[in-house]
Design a protein around this ligand. Structure first.
Ligand code: MLT
Length: 403
């Protein structure tokens, strides 16, 4: 008889956002007359920028002509896109990343999960708590997490992010081989300073660890903080960075991201850049040509102007949520300055799921229960700024009326 990957049997039944979608759909089916505003999953609502659409159309036309048709693309992505990424996202910030250290993909979620393929299953993984569930769940699937009980995996090192530490975790006391960091942070909206990030890089070098740095939300940074871990001295010898066009340019449904694996990053003599190339060229046939052309348009002057306008729109929503909640008497409201997420403490000691049910039932607003991101997220709740401004205002007005 064949065998399944039994690690899957140890996992909680469904992925957080699938669970929320199911509950909301059930509620809507039972109450078809109710209007529901979804500020749960961080999915964008503004359309792709006109420059992106223009480039996408041109690329579609190219695919219909023998002379410009494209079949399988180069491993790691087309040079036209890798060069633009290197120049605009790294060289412009004084960071020396070469095009062949950049691997274009179908998004940061897949890469954050797939990266585990190049690491041994006996590595110890450390995550922030609360955390984007993909880091934990994919390691559980690979057998690195141990056993799940009381909302925790016994082989994962949890680094609590709490009100007391300003949602910035302490360096772990235990040894960790793979350390996931996400800044600006999902779900808390917290950010990290240059000095703060330097501490992690120094720690990883001293411990012989790798930092898996998710900077999917860097486009939302409004303050003087690092956009990339590679702005920190030494990081190229101890870090991998994930980036995404999803939130930067509205590609959640179009799918494009990239991962930077510096050539300096080695385990003994073995280059992780070579391992990742081997993994990607074996298991992935590349992001479609038309999508890579669409992503390239993000870097044109007009494309930049357009995507920055959209980001400003979402950041304004974040401000409306923050200020609205504070005016409604919520005492602890965080994030929304360098990130599209607002993290709030639930009122009246409600659990995260009790508050989820209350908002859904009483005012028809969907958010994400903090406990779904990890045990330290209990009694917290996340709202996203990715709705339309009209819906955001309406959601906050409903919350204020109900407070
Ligand atoms: C979130 O809501 O945390 C994100 O949208 C999920 C994702 O990017 O996969």
């Amino acid at each position: 008889m064949f065998k399944i990957n039994e690690n899957f049997l140890k996992m909680p039944k469904s992925y957080l956002f699938a669970d929320i979608a199911r509950r909301v759909n059930e509620f809507q089916a039972a109450h078809p007359e109710r209007s529901i505003i979804r500020l749960g999953i961080g999915d964008v609502t503004k359309p792709l920028a006109p420059e992106v659409i223009k480039s996408l159309h041109n690329a579609v036309d190219e695919m219909g002509v023998a002379e410009t048709f494209q079949g399988y693309g180069p491993d790691g992505g087309y040079d036209f896109l890798r060069n633009l990424i290197a120049e605009h996202d790294y060289h412009s910030r004084g960071v020396d990343i070469a095009a062949d250290e950049i691997f274009v993909s179908d998004g940061a979620k897949s890469d954050c999960g797939n990266i585990g393929d190049i690491f041994g299953t006996d590595n110890v993984v450390a995550v922030c708590d609360p955390v984007y569930p993909v880091y934990v769940d994919t390691n559980a699937m690979a057998g690195r997490a141990g056993t799940y009980s009381n909302d925790k995996w016994d082989n994962i090192v949890y680094m609590p992010c709490t009100l007391e530490n300003g949602f910035s975790p302490e360096l772990p006391k235990e040894h960790a081989d793979l350390i996931y960091l996400c800044y600006p942070n999902n779900p808390t909206g917290a950010s990290i300073t240059y000095e703060g990030l330097k501490k992690w890089v120094d720690f990883a070098i001293e411990q012989g660890s790798v930092i898996l740095y998710d900077s999917a939300y860097e486009a939302f940074i409004t303050e003087d903080i690092p956009h990339s871990i590679f702005e920190i001295e030494g990081a190229k010898s101890c870090a991998i960075e994930f980036r995404s066009f999803s939130k930067t340019a509205g590609f959640t449904g179009t799918r494009c991201g990239y991962t930077v694996v510096p050539k300096e990053l080695k385990c003994g003599e073995v280059s992780l850049n070579s391992l990742w190339l081997r993994r990607q060229s074996t298991k992935f046939n590349g992001t479609p040509y038309i999508v890579q052309r669409a992503a390239a348009a993000v870097y044109t002057p007009e494309g930049q102007r357009q995507i920055k306008g959209t980001i400003a729109y979402y950041l304004n929503n974040a401000k409306l949520i923050r200020e609205g909640l504070i005016s409604a008497g919520f005492e602890n409201v965080f994030g929304g300055i360098n990130a599209p997420y607002i993290w709030l403490k639930t009122p009246n000691k409600l659990t995260s799921w009790e508050f989820f049910d209350k908002l859904l039932n009483e005012v028809g607003v969907v958010g994400t229960p903090g406990s779904g991101f990890g045990p330290s997220g209990e009694h917290y709740f996340r709202l996203t700024a990715f709705g339309s401004t009209e819906n955001t205002k309406e959601a906050i007005a409903r919350i204020i009326r109900n407070a």
